[in-house]
Ligand binder design. Sequence first.
Ligand SMILES: *Cc1c(COP(=O)(O)O)cnc(C)c1O
Length: 389
Amino acid sequence: MADAAQRLGPLLARREAEGLYRRRPLLESAPGARVVLDGVEYRNFASNDYLGLAAHPEPAAALAGGARSWGAGAGAAHLLGGHAGPHQALEAELAAFVGRERALVFSTGYMANLGVIEALAGRRDTVWEDRLNHASLIDGARLAGARLRRYAHADPADLARRRGDDTALVATDGVFSMDGDLAPLTELAEAAGKSWLMVDDAHGLGVVGPGGRGSVAAAGLGTAEVPVLVGTLGKAFGTFGAFVAGDEALIEAMVNTARTFIYTTALPPAVAEATRASLALIQGEEGERRRAHLDALIRRFRAGAAEAGLALMESPTPIQPLPAGEAETASAWADALGKRGFRVAAVRPPTVPPGTARLRVSLTADHTEAEIDELVAALAATRPAEVPA
Ligand SMILES: *Cc1c(COP(=O)(O)O)cnc(C)c1O
């Protein structure tokens, strides 16, 4: 009989010794700029809810109304009777939002990336990816059995120099999830040549670009340059799920071959209704107002941090990382902030390369200017001696 403690104990002990042990804090409030975690109230600078829509009354009311009309679950996969009116309407609205012929809803961004890459690349193909791409893009290439190569972060020249004719697909985050910087999409589209260019804009959609239409729109590009666009709905949209957008043939191919679309239960239709309400907010005047406020907070944070002698990384987005070096240093800094009532994520290996741990400050439209000032003061007061100014 397998004894889990005996088999896995050494692995867990090693993680603990390396300062890499992961624990889940318990959320005891709705998500937002202030949260209660493990019984303590924090100002929350660790969420991806950039527009403050996760607990906004309109998507919540749409979820409740959707549940009354459609029940709690879809009851089946999309191809087997689970594809409901709200999914169909959401897909049409998302396609229009990103300016593509079609969109296809997946259950999560992780699954969308696995399914799309596996459908577009095979064992004889090479997939090139940015060194800092999200884990799900990496895992997609692995699942496809393709040869996975990594080019230097945000370096299209490195890609152009090293890629061969066997390149089926080039994949990149639009906004990098840990660094907050934008991928150089125009140059990547050139370097990708005739291979598929796939952009995962999980952190860009709703937030950056004209009308919040994301990093591809911000670069002035469309389907011709970026034929495969993936968006997730659990970040700025504040709900759950993901989609891939592109032309008719791409989407029909995904419906027919993407295994993570075919062999899984459809999203609850009520969740699709909630996302439709979020999308309406994002495209409306309130979305415009929330993005403008968020932009002002980003500028205020960067100016304040510079004045306080805090080193920042180059990022125009709500993701504002502060370099911390070793994992233990990042953890100690986050713990000290926590004692002052500020929740900031310490990002450590293996999420980022060894020696490049950081604090990942993430700002949302629900924060106030005063809260930004208080955060900057707390960051400066708790900065570990190992972190250079
Ligand atoms: C969060 C994230 C995903 C995964 O999306 P989920 O819907 O949470 O599974 C994929 N790609 C990137 C870049 C992400 O940040």
